[in-house]
Design a protein around this ligand. Sequence first.
Ligand code: URA
Ligand code: SF4
Length: 215
Amino acid sequence: MQTAAPFVPSSATSIAELRAAAPGCRGCELWEPATQVVFGRGDEHARVIFVGEQPGDVEDQKGLPFVGPAGHLLRRAVDDAGLPVTDLYITNSVKHFRFEQRGARRIHKTPEQQHITACHPWLMSEFAQLRPSLVVLLGATAAKAVLGPSFRVTRSRGQLLPWPASAQHPEDFPSDHEATALATIHPSAVLRADDREAAFNGLVADLRVAASALT
Ligand code: URA
Ligand code: SF4
């Protein structure tokens, strides 16, 4: 089984230490064609963690998560929903860009369960450092990474869920840390939607529910 586990410093006491170790990860094959690893960023003491899918083309080049079109849309949605922007940390389920080269273009390829599983130790190390109160899962990949492979965003989006109790296999997660999780659609899905305004409003409505868990 592919796993990042041997590359994650178990003695790390900060996100900075984890981030410094991430470029050395060879936990799956995705590191090789990618430009660089894209680790999470944000407040080291954030109460809210956003989890996306994987870096996109722009993120792969800049080395930072959610700095492309999906990131801009997400920032607007977070503002509209009244989430505390200074209190956020944002990361991805898979930390290298998975793509297919077509001529000069790099076409995004959805990560497979094996990549989510391989990269999981990094995500859990971020959770262990941050110990967030609220976990916002953006799209199916993040929801599967944190709640289990059978979770369906379409069916259960916008609900406040106790975590890890609501995960398919809660025993896979640290038992000494509890948070509220909420799954919603991915900002890239808003950008692709036929009715973008309705999709955006749906995202904001879900994020408002998430914000209510913080007060
Ligand atoms: N989409 C994601 O899921 N993550 C990013 O960092 C950028 C786009
Ligand atoms: Fe390691 Fe994750 Fe990158 Fe795979 S995608 S090499 S597990 S950091």
